[in-house]
Design a binder for this molecule. Sequence first.
Ligand code: ZN
Length: 70
Amino acid sequence: MCKRLTAGESVYCTYHDKAYIQIKNKYPDWKYAFENMSWERYLETIIGLKEIGDLAKAVATEELRLVRNR
Ligand SMILES: [Zn+2]
């Protein structure tokens, strides 16, 4: 996804992987707050947030692509 080296098993580099972990860790809160929000819907929602960072946005966009291709 980016030109940096990936971190071990992850498809993401250490920077994007950190963002991915943050996204993943926040999902249960959102899922709880928004009545079983799906992972896909969650990703769409956070991509639309003004306060999302570039790294998180890139990761969320990639994850959304993956979930739609499944
Ligand atoms: Zn990266």
